[in-house]
Design a protein around this ligand. Structure first.
Ligand SMILES: [Zn+2]
Length: 67
């Protein structure tokens, strides 16, 4: 079970270096907008946990970080 402990510590460390931001998401299909809290990792990738729009679009969005 030693490897499980190492994985858990790695996840916690990653969360510390991530920057918490607000993200504005606009659906390109129906125009619906969402404001979500997300995290930006060291590579500039933004992760919000957002899955899909009300119109079932799950990949075609404008995503813009808010200051
Ligand atoms: Zn939509």
């Amino acid at each position: 079970m030693q490897s499980d402990t190492l994985v858990a510590e790695g996840v916690q460390h990653d969360m510390l270096v991530h920057q918490r931001i607000k993200v504005h998401i606009r659906c390109r299909h129906c125009g619906e907008t969402f404001i979500l809290r997300g995290v930006r990792d060291s590579k500039g990738h933004i992760e919000t946990g957002f899955k899909r729009c009300l119109c079932d679009n799950d990949r075609d969005f404008d995503i813009e970080p808010l200051s």
